[in-house]
Design a protein around this ligand. Structure first.
Ligand SMILES: [Cu+2]
Length: 254
């Protein structure tokens, strides 16, 4: 209910419902804290108003109830963080589907202000890259002599994936810190220059969804939008073939 009020977009990913549930609980707890502290704040400004207390009391509270209460709060928060939040986060983020099997791997490379998506092609292996080869026509610095890179394709601002198939995105950045956020899939991950961070999900609904940059990365941050297209396997194959014909004209003429 609170999620709806906050304008949450519909879920389209397998792990989305527990995430939503967690969000809903967090929103309720935050609302309770806000109301509690708001009431306490109003109480103090009325209770200790100047007309009733013209002179300040320099001694304040003398009992130990508040320090004991604070200690309990710290204990409860530590238990929530170490016992609940860290294990849940670890289970969600670190349990990446194994290398082999029905998994799609795509590299997502951020730049000011666009997302580049690098597909490994039919061999499932990414070709080698070099920063010295980066140019406007080769934004990812793909090595044309790399054998494994012969069938690689790159798409800009449009990520295509197959419905029901787990997808592992390897996220990195060419310049500043960005973040790949797909609200419908209930995922977000910072893109950090120099490191490749995996992010995975399994789309359960076909359609076109918005990908946004989740870190304020510069003047054009607002324009750093892309689309995630979740489609059937044959539709994806057509998309990949079209890109391949465009980017490897010699291979397709054979
Ligand atoms: Cu960005």
């Amino acid at each position: 209910m609170l999620n709806k009020l906050m304008g949450i977009v519909p879920n389209a990913s397998e792990h989305g419902l527990p995430v939503e549930h967690m969000l809903e609980i967090c929103h309720w707890v935050m609302l309770m804290l806000f109301l509690g502290w708001g009431t306490f704040f109003l109480y103090t400004i009325i209770r200790f108003r100047e007309s009733k207390h013209p002179k300040a009391d320099y001694y304040g509270v003398t009992g130990h109830v508040s320090s004991h209460a604070e200690f309990v709060v710290v204990l409860v928060e530590a238990a929530l963080l170490l016992g609940l939040a860290f294990p849940l986060w670890g289970k969600r983020v670190l349990d990446i589907p194994p290398e082999q099997g029905e998994v799609m791997r795509v590299r997502a490379i951020a730049e000011q202000y666009a997302w580049n998506f690098h597909y490994a092609g039919a061999d499932g292996k990414f070709g080698s890259q070099s920063s010295s080869l980066v140019s406007p026509s080769n934004p990812l610095g793909l090595d044309p002599s790399s054998v494994e890179g012969k069938d690689d394709v790159v798409s800009k601002n449009e990520l295509h994936v197959v419905v029901q198939k787990p997808i592992v995105l390897e996220i990195s950045s060419k310049d500043v810190i960005h973040a790949l956020a797909i609200p419908h899939m209930r995922v977000a991950q910072d893109a950090i220059p120099g490191s490749k961070v995996p992010l995975w999900f399994r789309p359960i609904r076909s359609g076109k969804f918005e990908i946004v940059c989740g870190q304020l990365c510069g003047a054009g941050h607002y324009a750093m939008r892309s689309h995630l297209v979740v489609e059937k396997q044959d539709e994806f194959d057509t998309f990949a073939k079209e890109l391949s014909d465009l980017q490897h004209p010699s291979a397709s003429s054979k």
